[in-house]
Design a protein around this ligand. Structure first.
Ligand code: HAM
Length: 417
């Protein structure tokens, strides 16, 4: 049996690589439009970083081992703890608020299922050092525009917005001790995937007030302010207030949100929220900054693009426009190979994507290759020398060009990538 990739890990063959590049380019483009700058951290961190802050679910899913220096290390399952660590160490070097984005690969030992793998890519966008709801609104506008950048519309996805403070207030009013909140929030987080009976059983004495809110919905002034801010930007149709969202990660403290496909068939496309205490906790009080952010994964996003015709067409045309080869040089007479290669070199030096047959080949086959590579133009070196034939592979139009004029002819007829 030929060797295969490990379960939950992907091989990126050229079509998948092209799709990945397309996703990354759109992510970068929109994040920059919002004034975010790029950063990155290491893929391997001390296991302690996640034990301290991510919550039990993620710690159970760690790919972790002891390295040769006897350190307990883990492949990063998410970026937020690294961000908090880096910000605590370097925040003084930057003006606040920081608006940082990052694109990288993350690893979680999850049960493999649709939309869930053991590695995935995320775009993370975080704002550090701003406590007002204006930052929450800005971040949610960004997540919406990122998805719109892929040709997705309000009929395709929805941002479900909630507030952890809505729940912590309710728990405080019910007299629940603060060290129990996390556990109750965990049950609420899972409630959509479990039966009402299971949820009620886990909630015990709190079942009545909580299941009532889960069934009927809830709101507070902060949530109204966020939706109102988004309405002012013309983005109200993309969001809904939904207190059933609490997020599985332990560090969130305020507004939280998750993005889903409208049809509700897929897992979450993105999720995030405010985590005002994390920087403080990770730096043992050395730095204290309010923070908020989200991550968008490539796996579910890819599924939604694939299922949405307008988004799929946009991706396909962007990918074919990105193709490297613009010109295919056809060597119809082997005596002309040397002259042809001099022109290949010249065109490449001037920024054009050019390919040609490495070994002698029938002319028909060479034209076939040119078509398969998506070349826009074929240049034939043969009997007409010192002229060469230039064929536009889109329109079929052909003309003869003096070989010394070839570069300026190509420059006029093709734009560089
Ligand atoms: P998260 O909800 O754990 O949040 O992950 C964010 C997104 O990454 C998910 O919505 C999903 O699309 C994708 N994702 C997560 N796990 C997998 C998986 N096993 N396979 C495929 N895709 C996956 C966080 O990671 C937070 N650190 C986000 C954040 C940033 N909060 C504040 N700043």
């Amino acid at each position: 049996m030929p060797m295969q990739a490990l379960p939950g890990f992907r091989d990126f063959l050229p079509p998948e690589c092209a799709a990945r590049n397309y996703v990354f380019a759109n992510w970068r483009n929109v994040a920059r439009r919002y004034g975010f700058i790029e950063w990155d951290g290491p893929v391997l961190e001390s296991t302690e970083l996640y034990r301290k802050k991510s919550g039990v679910e993620i710690v159970d899913q760690l790919f972790h081992f002891v390295d040769k220096g006897e350190r307990e290390v883990a492949m990063r399952p998410e970026l937020t703890p690294t961000l908090a660590r880096v910000v605590a160490a370097h925040e003084r070097e930057y003006k606040k608020p920081l608006k940082w984005f990052s694109i990288g690969q993350f690893f979680r030992y999850e049960k493999q299922q649709r939309g869930r793998l053991r590695e995935h890519y995320q775009l993370n966008c975080d704002i550090i050092g701003e406590g007002s709801l204006a930052a929450d609104i800005e971040l949610i506008a960004l997540v919406i525009d990122l998805l719109r950048g892929f040709g997705l519309r309000e009929g395709d996805f929805v941002v479900r917005i909630s507030d952890r403070q809505f729940w912590t207030e309710l728990l405080r009013n019910q007299g629940v001790a603060e060290d129990k909140w996390q556990e109750v929030l965990g049950v609420i987080d899972k409630s959509e995937r479990e039966s009402p009976e299971q949820t009620a059983q886990k909630l015990g004495g709190l079942a009545a007030p909580i299941t009532k809110v889960l069934a009927e919905g809830g709101e507070n002034d902060r949530l109204r302010e966020v939706t109102d801010g988004l309405r002012g930007r013309g983005l109200a149709d993309f969001v809904s207030t939904d207190v059933r969202i609490v997020r599985g990660l332990a560090y969130y403290t305020g507004i939280v949100f998750e993005v889903f496909d409208r049809a509700g068939k897929l897992r979450a496309i993105a999720g995030g929220g405010r985590y005002d205490n994390l920087v403080n906790q990770l730096s043992d009080g050395a730095a204290s900054l309010p923070a908020l952010g989200f991550a968008m994964g490539d796996v579910v996003l890819g599924e939604l693009i694939g299922e949405t015709p307008a988004a799929r067409e946009q991706m396909e045309s962007a990918i074919s426009a990105e193709r490297a080869v613009q010109v295919y040089v056809i060597i119809a007479k082997e005596e002309r190979r040397r002259d042809a290669l001099a022109q290949v070199q010249l065109l490449r030096e001037h920024g054009f994507g050019v390919d040609y047959p490495l070994i002698p080949m029938k002319v028909g086959k060479q034209f076939q290759t040119a078509e398969q590579l998506g070349a826009r133009s074929a240049i034939v070196f043969g009997d007409e020398w010192p002229n060469v034939g230039v064929k536009n592979l889109g329109s079929g139009e052909q003309k003869l060009v003096e070989h010394q004029e070839l570069l300026s002819h190509v420059e006029r007829s093709l734009t560089k990538p």
